[in-house]
Design a protein around this ligand. Structure first.
Ligand code: PLP
Length: 485
């Protein structure tokens, strides 16, 4: 990603390639070519405000469509379980080098296929380092294969007796932070930390007191829907006080770390033992994950395969390398600053028009509207906005009265539309459109006569006028300008 004119030139060059590619694909399965074309049309014509989505560059997307996909490469660079991996070794080394340099990390592991995989790799690396290795040493064994059946049984039980502490789902944490329906909640005993009932901000004193009582092996920091920055220096202090490994899940805000919006105590990398992330949210890369670690944890992280991964997706590792290279360019820092500035503009625009926001604002890339201020559940608000061409997702708010399915909030993020070139004027207009839709949406009673959580009606003409206003904004800020399909 360099300046706008060179991006446009690359997109125009890619047009012919994409036309041919879709023709070739259509020759085998026309419905897939059609769905691919239609997805571009849909993404071009709606306001994409899902906080976890973005638009990767065409060089990043193109990198994924190659024969690198066809090669098995289980293992690590220079230590593979398959022959002929020299090119995959290059790809993986380049991607890892970019990740290390971009984030100033001691070690990077770029094989995880997704954020969930990255977190699983991280958890097992920590279990390996903190539990398995010392136990093996104590028992005089080199590997688990040297253990007697009885000792192996004891070791397995020891794994499942470990504790983690992460942010609760309704305060903005992620499923992988110990939620009972995720494997993390089944692997570990979990206690979550929430936010202060008044300010809705993390209460570090309470978190510290809870951690001292619970004594987790892993303290997890990071979030999916918390609209504020985290003080990772304080998280490190707390982890040290209770002997925990500090794991930070920066899946959502990796782009703000890469773009140097989160610096000092807000940059997790110098403070965490292990960091998990996705590549496709604010970082604008391909769909995937990666892990950063201190040297101390690097050997354990490398055991991602065979522990929870099979062969890496080499074509995606290549695309990660391209996206990391893009994020190392100066222009990415401007992009990341715009993402955060636009979120502030959006929050102010929503609040000045009467919307209530969780925590009363934002200082990252997302805002969370408390939809009860419009008399709506998150589900009703999400659906009404979608009918009007505004794509968001419903999300729990702290202590949500409507539970995790209907919810009482809508999460809105700025990374995707910022990639399209939206700035302050556009985001103020987006705020106006959202409030217009929500103010003109009425909850309807359910078929059993109870207050409805799903049914709603949008006043006549509102959806059409919102779509028309959105189309103007979108036309002026083209997605992949120069790409004709
Ligand atoms: N971690 C956090 C904080 C997330 O928000 C997400 C996805 O939403 C993930 C992990 C999982 O990422 P993926 O969907 O790539 O598995």
């Amino acid at each position: 990603m360099t300046d706008a004119s060179s991006v446009e030139a690359v997109n125009a060059q890619a047009s012919a390639a994409y036309q041919q590619i879709l023709e070739i694909v259509g020759g085998v399965e026309p419905r897939i070519a059609e769905a691919t074309r239609q997805e571009l049309a849909d993404q071009r014509s709606s306001l994409k405000l899902i906080a976890s989505e973005n638009y990767a560059s065409l060089p990043t997307l193109l990198t994924m469509g190659t024969w690198l996909s066809d090669k098995y490469a289980e293992g690590t660079v220079g230590h593979r379980f398959y022959a002929g991996c020299q090119n995959i070794d290059s790809v993986e080394s380049i991607a890892a080098e970019h990740a290390r340099e971009l984030f100033g990390a001691e070690y990077a592991y770029v094989q995880p296929h997704s954020g969930i995989d990255a977190n699983l790799v991280a958890y097992w690396a920590i279990l390996n380092k903190r539990i398995e290795s010392p136990e093996l040493e104590r028992l005089g064994a080199k590997t688990v294969n040297d253990l007697s059946e009885a000792d192996w049984e004891t070791l397995r039980r020891t794994f499942s007796e470990q504790r983690v502490m992460g942010m609760s789902l309704d305060a903005g944490g992620h499923l992988t932070h110990g939620f009972r329906h995720n494997i993390s909640g089944k692997m570990f005993h979990q206690r979550s930390y929430g936010t202060d009932p008044e300010s809705q901000l993390i209460d570090y004193d309470k978190l510290r007191a809870d951690a001292k009582e619970f004594k987790p092996l892993i303290l997890i920091a990071g979030y999916s829907a918390y609209p504020r920055r985290v003080n990772f220096a304080t998280m490190r202090e707390i982890a040290d006080e209770v002997g925990a490994t500090l794991f930070v899940d920066m899946a959502h805000f990796a782009g703000l770390v890469a773009g140097k919006v989160f610096t000092g105590d807000e940059n997790p990398v110098p403070f965490a033992d292990v960091v998990g992330s996705t590549t496709h949210k604010s970082l604008r890369g391909p769909r995937g994950g990666f892990v950063l670690a201190t040297k101390e944890y690097s050997e354990s992280v490398d055991k991602g395969c065979p522990m929870v991964l099979g062969g890496p997706l080499s074509h995606v590792m290549a695309a990660k390398a391209v996206a990391f290279a893009e994020a190392r360019q100066q222009s990415f820092q401007g992009y990341a600053r715009n993402v955060a500035d636009n979120a502030k503009t959006l929050a102010e625009g929503l609040m000045k028009r009467g919307a209530k926001l969780v925590t009363g604002g934002t200082d990252n890339h997302l805002v969370l509207i408390d939809t009860t201020s419009f008399g709506l559940t998150g589900r009703q608000a999400e659906s009404a906005l979608l009918d009007s061409g505004v794509v968001t997702n419903r999300n729990s708010v702290p202590n949500d009265p409507n539970g995790a399915w209907y919810t009482s909030g809508v999460r809105i993020g700025t990374p995707a539309l910022t990639s399209r070139g939206f700035g302050a004027d556009e985001f103020d207009k987006v705020a106006e459109l959202i409030v217009d839709v929500l103010t003109n949406t009425t909850a309807m009673t359910a078929s059993n006569g109870q207050p409805g959580k799903a049914r709603y009606t949008v006043a006549g003409g509102v959806a059409d006028r919102t779509k028309a206003a959105a189309a103007e904004l979108l036309d002026a800020n083209q997605l992949y300008p120069g790409l004709e399909l």
